[in-house]
Design a protein around this ligand. Structure first.
Ligand code: UDP
Length: 500
């Protein structure tokens, strides 16, 4: 494809992608890499050696369909920051206390990253990098190209976060459980302090551990980026796409749902990691179930639930009488200890327990799957919406409570989970939420409509397809203006002062 008046083929434009090293961040960026390559661009993806090992086969498979994505390795300085050797992905951290070390290691990549791009990528068009790699705004500046931030979440939650940061509505409530309203948003959105991500609340231990500086620098860098690529679609959250653009002031291109670029069964089955279950056995089992009858339960790649909570989930699913697939993270032995006594025997034929990694989008897109119990990580939430499924919203941390608000209160396609005063969900509440999700026809109808809209958005002529085209045009126009010396320079964030 040659752009009008450009005279240069898009293959001569090289986009640099740098995802954050966590499954929930890398998986959508791999999809974005393939989408950009499908639009005819040359794409360079930078990642650490151990991540490159599982990423290369995925991108090589796509290469046969004319897509060109090159993977460049960058060494990850585990030893320098006290991380165990080989800890190159957030989900491999042996304890949460090491998160700050992980973030410090990513900061040390600034110099080698710049060197690598200078050596290996001729005339790059732009850098698309994760919000956790805020310092890439400086790299982009010295290279004279735009830095595009990928937050990995919805415009809705970006708007909520910006509102909390700017207006601090959580400061004046009397307790962690008293709801406060987020002023200035298109809907009446209420959260509690207990639901806020630790860093918004100002948890003193985390702050003392240096999170405060790292997060503040990230926020500033992201605010000084040229724009933002979003894994969402305009029709899903149009008021928040507009709010993000016009009130928060970020140039934004919603180009999703990016998971829909996985059309072949193997791509669906091996998205992220190789599944811990034989996918054809899983599909055969689903084929044997009635349409829209199976409940799929999965809490993403990072969350760990307490053993008692897992027992309650198991007993709640058993009591519901519904067929289900339940994904439990951890190795086989651990998982067997967590399961209620005699559980697998009792639910044999009706319930499938996957111990490890599930082929999630393969399961979600199967006609027998009828509902999704999710922790509301954005990828999972959007994948559930894309499959046209009603959900049980069970947020645990980070921006998940905001995503839960979107699906429960704004889109009205999810049942909120009810925690008891100890922060636990008893088996009765699990059973009730699952039964309500499966039995609510109106909710299912709305979810189905959103699923159809999602598919239309990525088709040729759809809003996400158009946004991707506009994004590429914008980047090419920027490059052209730069060669004529008229491009706006990405400004650096001001230095962080200790008083903030
Ligand atoms: N995922 C998967 N199989 C699993 C668990 C997760 O394929 O067993 C994928 C899921 O489809 C999603 C991503 O991993 O794309 C998880 O991202 P999300 O934002 O939902 O949650 P996080 O793991 O970041 O908390």
């Amino acid at each position: 494809m040659v752009m009008e008046g450009e005279g240069e083929s898009e293959q001569s434009h090289n986009v640099v992608l740098f995802p954050f090293m966590a499954q929930g961040h890398m998986i959508p960026v791999l999809d974005i890499a393939r989408m950009l390559a499908d639009h005819g661009l040359a794409v360079t993806l930078v990642t650490t050696p151990l991540n490159a090992v599982w990423i290369r086969p995925i991108l090589d498979r796509a290469a046969s369909s004319s897509c060109r994505v090159r993977v460049l390795d960058i060494e990850f300085p585990c030893a320098e920051v006290g991380l165990p050797e080989g800890c190159e992905s957030m989900d491999l951290l042996p304890s949460n206390d090491l998160k700050i070390n992980f973030l410090r290691a990513t900061e040390l990549l600034q110099e080698p990253f710049e060197k690598l791009i200078r050596q290996e990528v001729e005339n790059p068009l732009c850098i698309i990098s994760d919000m956790f790699l805020g310092w890439t705004v400086e790299t982009a500046k010295v290279l004279g190209i735009p830095r595009i931030v990928f937050h990995g979440t919805s415009c809705f939650s970006c708007c909520c976060s910006s509102c909390i940061h700017e207006k601090k509505p959580h400061i004046n409530v009397g307790s962690d459980t008293e709801p406060f309203m987020l002023p200035g948003l298109p809907h009446d959105i209420r959260l509690t302090r207990a639901q806020l991500a630790e860093f918004s609340k100002g948890n003193s231990e985390l702050m003392a551990a240096g999170f405060s500086r790292v997060l503040e620098e990230m926020r500033r860098a992201n605010a000084h980026s040229y724009g933002s690529i979003v894994n969402s679609f305009e029709e899903l959250e149009s008021e928040y796409v507009n709010h993000y653009r016009n009130v928060v002031g970020m140039k934004a291109w919603p180009i999703g749902p990016v998971s829909l670029c996985n059309r072949d069964q193997i791509d669906k089955a091996e998205r992220g990691k190789k599944a811990s279950v034989d996918e054809s056995a899983c599909l055969r089992w689903l084929d044997s179930q009635k349409p829209e009858s199976v409940v799929y339960v999965c809490f993403g790649s990072l969350c760990r639930l307490a053993p008692q909570q897992l027992t309650d989930i198991g007993l709640g699913l058993e009591a519901s009488g519904l067929p289900f697939i339940w994904v439990l993270r951890g190795d086989r032995e651990q998982v067997d200890q967590w399961l209620p006594e005699g559980f697998e025997e009792r639910v044999k034929g009706r319930g499938m327990v996957i111990k490890g990694w599930a082929p999630q989008i393969l399961i979600l897109s199967h006609p027998a799957t009828g509902g999704f119990v999710t922790h509301c990580g954005w990828n999972s939430t959007l994948e559930g919406l894309t499959a046209g499924l009603p959900m049980v919203a069970w947020p645990l941390n980070a921006e998940q409570p905001m995503n839960a608000k979107l699906v429960v209160d704004v889109l009205k396609v999810a049942v909120p989970i009810v925690f008891d005063t100890q922060g636990v969900v008893p088996k009765e509440a699990v059973e009730q939420a699952v039964s309500e999700m499966m039995g609510n026809g109106e909710m299912r109808g709305r979810a189905r409509e959103l699923g159809e809209m999602a598919r239309r958005a990525v088709e040729e002529g759809g809003s996400s397809y158009m946004n991707l085209t506009l994004f590429i045009q914008d980047m090419i126009a920027y490059k052209k203006a730069r060669t004529m010396d008229t491009a706006p320079v990405c400004d650096s964030p001001p230095p962080c002062t200790s008083s903030e």
